[in-house]
Design a protein around this ligand. Sequence first.
Ligand code: MV4
Length: 444
Amino acid sequence: MFKKILIANRGEIAIRIIRACKDLGIETVAVYSDIDANSLHIRFADQSVCIGPASPTRSYLSIPAIISAAELTGVDAIHPGYGFLAENSRFAEICEGNGFKFIGPSSSAMKSMGDKILAKQSMLSAGIPVVPGNHEKIENIPKAKKIAQSIGYPVIIKAALGGGGKGMRIVNNDNQLERVFPIAKEEARVSFRDGSLYIEKYLEKPRHIEVQIIADDYNSCISLGERDCSIQRRHQKLIEESPSPIVTPTMRKKIENYAKKAAQTIDYTSVGTVEFLLDKTGNFYFMEMNTRIQVEHPVTEAITGIDIVKEQIKIASGKPLSIKQKDVHLKGHAIECRINAEDPENDFKPSPGKIEHLYIPGGPGIRVDTHIYGEYIIPSSYDSLIAKVIAYADTREQAIQCMERALDEFLIEGIKTTIPFHKRIISDPRFKKGKIDTSFIQNL
Ligand code: MV4
């Protein structure tokens, strides 16, 4: 097992990873930027190294700064968390090249899924249904029109290196396509340094269902059920739950098999998530695979009792999976609300600043993953996620009730948060009935 791990991240996920390390008896090294000097992840780690100024490109995204910190502190492995360098295959290669185990999949598995066009092609040849489309790079407008017409409008344009919705455009006709194509291409080029685009059939009001998998180096791969992440705003997930209120045991069996097939097709090891769209007629389509630990992993931990981060670290150190598929039992229901430092009354404008008063909820069934504390100053330089509230109970109704209690208890003064917005969502009769799809937030 590793002796010492460097956590190349900040915020709640850095703390989550440090906790897993402590439970495994592994020493930890935190890295931080100037502006994060008073961060909790530094205090919880055994050692810490400043890696640069607030600007992410010069700190949490700086490969040389992170590798230097790893060399300085003599760690065995590097955990990237989510975001930042988590899905950068070059970073994974550089870690390994410098003798540090990258806690995640192989760089080749990351590459197979990083390009969404290649990913769709390999899934298609493995017999997994993918969203209808051409599964090829669209070079120009005439080609795009021809493909859109053959698929049938409406279609959606996506960036090959995108994912998570960035650079997506819905197109209803030839004229719109002509107008939007160059804009999408430029956006993709700027965001992902590659303007490659592809086209899919636009599915109306789909649900986003994803399957958590864990695979080890010894050809074992298990699935831990699904998460329903249909409540999103501007492609940011707001609420996730497991199990999905509409997935039946038969449907679950099917997507879990697709997800395991997807992982095995690319010799995937580590934890990962296979995302599907579910259309109104009950068909699942592979969308993409996330090759990292995800923000919403705690809902799966709640219903399986499995510590996914500990498993991820153990697998990276070369240990076999400690659980067999037959030992995975989904029990109860878990819901997660992502609390952001944003003003829901003001178009979700970021609301950084000092936390004047804080009370974190607790009691039976409640888990809160957060890095905030009283008088902490939330910087404006990073993601606005400040806490995740996870409610767990026997049934969905009870989990919702438990979440309502926790959100009522949660007191954050000094900044605006999305807590009031979450209260509105979970008290909505449509949410209570599990009637959630893409259009939920815009129709709220
Ligand atoms: C789609 C789609 C409809 N058709 N793809 C992809 C990234 C994710 N953030 C949203 N994505 C979508 N991809 C096709 N071919 C609709 C969405 C979508 C969505 C999906 C599930 C739940 C909420 C959503 C909100 C907006 C868009």
